[in-house]
Write a protein that binds this ligand. Structure first.
Ligand code: ZN
Length: 116
C-alpha cells in the first residue's frame, strides 16, 4: 500500500473516528490509514496490512466504535450483563403485569369457553 499523496510505503493504521465512521468503514471493509512521511490520513481497503489487527477478536466496543474510557468501561461482559439485566427486568414486569391483570389477555379468554 502506498500513500496517495507522496507514494511513501510507510503507512500505519489510523484510529477510526467515532461510531459512524467505525461502522460504515467496517461494512465496506475499509479502514483509515495515515502516512508516516507526509501525515496524510486516507481511507483504503482494509487488506492485510497488519494481520494481528485484522485477526484480533472484535468486541462489542469495537462494533460500537468506542474508544478511550468508554471502551475500558463497556467491556463485553458489561454490555452482555446490562442486556441480560434489561431482558430480565422486562420479563419480571411482564409477569407482574399478567399476574395483576394490567395486561388484558382478552385474546386468550376469547378462545376458552365462557364460564357458566
Ligand atoms: Zn504521504
Amino acid at each position: 500500500m502506498k500513500c496517495p499523496s507522496c507514494n511513501s510505503e510507510d503507512i500505519r493504521r489510523s484510529r477510526r473516528r467515532g461510531p459512524q465512521e467505525g461502522t460504515t468503514l467496517r461494512l465496506r471493509n475499509e479502514a483509515p490509514f495515515r502516512c508516516c512521511d507526509c501525515g496524510l490520513r486516507f481511507i483504503a481497503k482494509n487488506d492485510a496490512l497488519d494481520p494481528a489487527d485484522t485477526d484480533r477478536h472484535l468486541s462489542f466496543a469495537d462494533y460500537l466504535g468506542l474508544r478511550g474510557w468508554p471502551r475500558r468501561v463497556f467491556t463485553d461482559g458489561v454490555i452482555l450483563g446490562s442486556l441480560l439485566t434489561v431482558v430480565l427486568l422486562v420479563l419480571t414486569v411482564t409477569l407482574f403485569a399478567l399476574a395483576y391483570g394490567w395486561i388484558d389477555l382478552a385474546f386468550l379468554r376469547a378462545a376458552a369457553p365462557p364460564p357458566q
